[in-house]
Design a protein around this ligand. Sequence first.
Ligand SMILES: [Ca+2]
Ligand SMILES: [Ca+2]
Length: 269
Amino acid sequence: MLSFTPSDAGTYYIIIRGYGTGSTGEYEMTLSEGPIGCSNAQPIQLGDVVNGYVQADQETCDYFDGTGGVTVQFDVDSYADTVLVLYDEDGNEWFYNDDGGEGLNPRIRALLQYSGRYYIAVHGFGSNTGSFTLTFQIAPEVEDIFANPTFLPANTRLRAVITEADYFYNDTISFTNYGHAYYFDGTGGQTIQIDVFADSLGSEIDPIVYLFDSNGIYLISDDDSGIDYDSQLVYTLPSSGRYYVIVANLRGAYGTSSTHFYELLLTMR
Ligand SMILES: [Ca+2]
Ligand SMILES: [Ca+2]
């Protein structure tokens, strides 16, 4: 089998000949369009750890035959800033992740929707190039971040540290990072302000804050509206009830109380 990605539009020729002289016979040939954006894929299996190299503006592709209902996880480890893309059997992009793993490494955690072929692609973010290791495994059990949130009192400044134990997963937004969940109860029409202080205090965290409603539905987020890279979210609550807050590190990293701390303030007017 030959798979090929044309670099230019135009006419291409295929020549088929016998190997050596006197080698004759009938043959059949089929020509079909490969998956969109994922050619020259190599087979991989659950449990595999494979090495590869990302070229500028090119994907390195693997394929696997997955089982519907199984949650799998892909992790890339690389010095280059890489991106992961998971395609379905028709080559349609299904998941994309840039920095969901540690540092700038991507991670995809996916509940497979059918039994059949999938394609997983690694490519450099922008024109990044470099060697990488791709790990393909059954997704480790991770408690949903909203299962056990911390109460966030109004008008009280809290201090917290993002450590390795704070790896979380949120199913509704298929989101993984390091951070914490909080909850508070609010009144419809009330304007709230959530400040996350980190960069301005000398922490290595680039904070991002997300707000969700009582059903865990995403409402709004803020990255850098505060001082330096700090977050400041101002929002008028649409209804009375419980709200959830996630504070995470946009750099996807964790550390100690001297490197990865932040302070959180919910102001209710
Ligand atoms: Ca990345
Ligand atoms: Ca930020």
